[in-house]
Design a protein around this ligand. Structure first.
Ligand SMILES: [Fe+2]
Ligand SMILES: [Fe+2]
Length: 264
């Protein structure tokens, strides 16, 4: 199975990148299943049901989330109950949505997906992603051989530690959240594909998605500044992972980094 995992889709520019490029990329690469992190899809923070439906139309089969998953700009969170929309599993019980799923592709093949959030440098007090994630992966492996993990976290070490702990049990552990694509993609010893961070699908001409001016101002003044999403330098960041259907082991992982020229 060929899986395309798209890094955090950021605001309208990120959505437009997918609307203009995803369908052709899927066709060119023979992608069977596209998963995208959508925590920043709505103006940089959160997601709406309407936008989730749009991403699906562009070719995204499942949407994962992160620390912005619980921001609902149009005050409607009901879309979070859809089976193909995930948020980090290790948030306290009682929150809307779910953190793992088994997706059935049109050809009948199945892929398990787990969404986790790291704890290092995150302000949320959430359950241990290592223990929660291990249990979830083991449970999914009872149902399907392919399990893809979106580990949404700040530090490379936390993501690599989890991937190494689950080497041979998860097909891929894909890091998200930093919005900066790392060049460390590889297959671990027992067959788990890994990258510390897949990056962002959004404005390259920005500070991780936001206009530089406000971000620099906050660093200089150390007081609250309203950030505005940037809109220049459209890029698509993703990884292509090929997985053996029977064993669930990853055969290859390749980075995708494309600068996009929008049609007029
Ligand atoms: Fe993000
Ligand atoms: Fe995030």
């Amino acid at each position: 199975m060929k899986i395309l995992f798209v890094g955090d889709v950021f605001a309208d520019i990120g959505r437009r990148v997918l609307s203009e490029r995803l369908e052709s990329l899927i066709a060119e690469q023979g992608v069977d299943c596209c998963i995208a992190n959508g925590e920043n899809a709505a103006g940089g923070h959160g997601m709406t049901g309407n936008l989730a439906r749009k991403l699906r139309r562009y070719g995204v089969a499942a949407i994962t989330g992160g620390n912005h998953s619980f921001t609902f700009p149009d005050n409607d969170s009901s879309f979070m109950n859809e089976p193909h929309i995930l948020r980090p599993l290790n948030y306290p019980p009682g929150n809307i949505g779910h953190g793992s799923t088994v997706l059935t592709l049109p050809d009948g093949r199945t892929v398990g997906i787990v969404n986790l959030q790291g704890r290092t440098f995150h302000r949320e007090i959430i359950d241990c992603p290592f223990r929660t994630g291990k249990a979830a992966i083991e449970a999914l492996r009872e149902k399907t051989s392919i399990v893809i993990v979106d580990f949404h976290a700040e530090t490379t070490s936390e993501k690599l530690a989890f991937a190494t702990m689950m080497d041979g049990r998860a097909s891929a552990v894909i890091g998200t959240h930093t919005h900066v694509q790392t060049a460390d993609e590889r297959i671990l010893g027992k067959g788990t594909a890994f990258i510390s961070d897949v990056g962002m699908t959004g404005p390259e001409d920005s500070i991780i998605g936001m206009k530089a001016e406000g971000v620099i101002r906050r660093f200089l003044l150390q007081t609250p500044v309203r950030f505005e999403p940037a809109g220049e330098g459209p890029m698509l960041n993703a990884v292509l992972v090929v997985v053996d259907d029977d064993t669930g082991r990853a055969l290859s992982i390749r980075r995708v980094f494309e600068r996009i020229r929008f049609s007029l």
